[in-house]
Design a protein around this ligand. Structure first.
Ligand code: NAD
Length: 387
């Protein structure tokens, strides 16, 4: 059925369809040794079972790396999210999974789904806890608005500089979106100087530092075009990655640092806000030249930590308070990079490899303790549901 079947999972694959609404979808519960399956729900016209299985596996490692007790899972609906029939398809998908939700899986937001869709799922299943990511008006945690991921990236970067004994405070950030702007805001609060910044429209460089407060205000008004307000400071697109600085935060695209250009990175620390901004060759190269890297699934885990909060508070009558969420993000993002940096140093390996090893050890220990040792072969359970 799909490529990704190994000793770790998946444990359960539920394939669902409904001829009436043309809904087709899948839920993959990859590994629940450390807790029930949790991961977002994606709606895309071309989403495949294989893709959902891979994303579910990523969630297994992400929860374990963050040391949070959920298992890896993901759901996918093969449909165009801009279609006027979206709600009917979503309701049909939710109904088809009523045996699994919310005991084995809780819906979350991923590509193609919005806060309103989480509210619709809860309505369809008559259960406030069927989906997280609901709007604040329904008691949800508006974690996108809090900028938790970027905040966490900044906290991780700050702690890593302490752990590594770095003294410089000049930062370059690629991308000024949800992650990049929140990272810039927090780093600025922590006393760092942002000397380079970019959006899809262009890149800017100010060796003496940019006025982050002003840029944050301009972002609200101008979005990515804000770089046009800084024409004298403009530099070639992409060249911000190679500026003279202490910390580099790639927070836009994947694969921007490769084995071919990693040698030009001058930062002492790369803290990955984006997913997969470095490839394997780049990581080896950075390690060889003594540039520390806080890997993506460690540094950008603020979102999953907030999602864990949302899970915890989904039946609560009290409006979730942003304070404890930010405190937990700070605490975890400051605690998690250091064992990874240390394990990589001792094992003479990349921090990505070290982080994977830590996550794998945690999942394996949980499987052993539950008497469910590693096993190969087919998913333990496969269910086909046709409405
Ligand atoms: P976003 O769409 O809000 O912002 C992306 C930013 O990158 C924009 O400012 C855009 O102009 C800029 N950008 C695009 N192309 C660029 C280029 N060629 N050069 C420079 N800048 C460019 O996206 P986001 O939510 O901030 O996500 C950014 C990255 O972080 C992605 O890899 C995403 O998967 C990852 N991530 C996001 C979250 C989250 O909570 N939003 C969580 C984990 C990981």
């Amino acid at each position: 059925m799909f490529d990704l079947i190994d000793d770790w999972g998946p444990e359960k694959v539920v394939l669902v369809s409904d001829a009436k609404t043309r809904m087709r979808g899948v839920l993959v519960i990859d590994n629940s040794a450390r807790g029930m399956g949790k991961g977002g729900t994606r709606m895309q016209p071309n989403v495949s079972v294989d893709e959902v299985a891979r994303l579910a596996r990523t969630m297994t490692w992400k929860w374990a790396a963050a040391d949070l007790f959920y298992g890896g899972a993901k759901a996918g609906i093969r449909f165009d999210p801009t279609s006027p029939d979206k709600e009917a398809v979503l309701r049909s998908f939710a109904k088809a999974l009523r045996n699994e939700v919310p005991r084995e899986y809780v819906f979350g937001l991923d590509m193609g789904l919005s806060e309103n869709d989480a509210a619709i799922i809860n309505d369809e299943l008559g259960d406030r806890g069927a989906a997280v990511g609901t709007p604040a008006e329904l008691g949800g945690v508006a974690y996108d608005r809090l900028g938790v991921t970027g905040f966490g990236v900044a906290e991780a970067a700050d702690q890593a500089t302490v752990d590594l004994g770095l003294v410089g405070k000049r930062v370059v950030i690629q991308g000024f979106g949800a992650v990049g702007h929140a990272a810039a805001k927090r780093l600025n609060e922590l006393g760092y100087t942002v000397v380079g910044l970019s959006t899809a429209v262009g890149s800017i460089h100010a060796p003496d530092g940019l006025d982050i407060e002003q840029l944050l205000a301009q972002r609200v008004e101008l979005g990515d075009q804000l770089v046009n307000e800084y024409l004298p400071q403009r530099i070639a697109p992409g060249s911000e990655l190679f500026l003279d600085c202490d910390i580099l935060v790639p927070a836009a695209l994947q694969d921007v640092i490769t084995q071919h250009n990693a040698g030009d990175v001058r930062a002492r620390l790369v803290t990955e806000g984006a997913n997969l901004p470095t490839n394997e060759g780049a990581r080896e190269r950075l390690r060889a030249q003594g540039t520390a890297v806080v890997p993506d699934f460690i540094a950008n885990a603020g979102g999953v930590i907030a999602a864990a909060y949302a899970m915890q508070s989904r039946y609560s009558p009290f409006r979730p308070d942003a304070g404890p969420i930010m405190e937990t993000v700070s605490e975890k993002l400051r605690a998690n990079p250091s064992p990874v940096l240390e394990k990589a140093r001792l094992g003479d390996t990349t921090t990505h490899e070290a982080a994977f090893a830590i996550a794998r050890d945690r999942v394996r220990a949980a499987m052993d303790l539950r008497g469910a040792p590693l096993r190969g072969g087919a998913p333990r359970e496969r269910v086909d549901i046709t409405l």
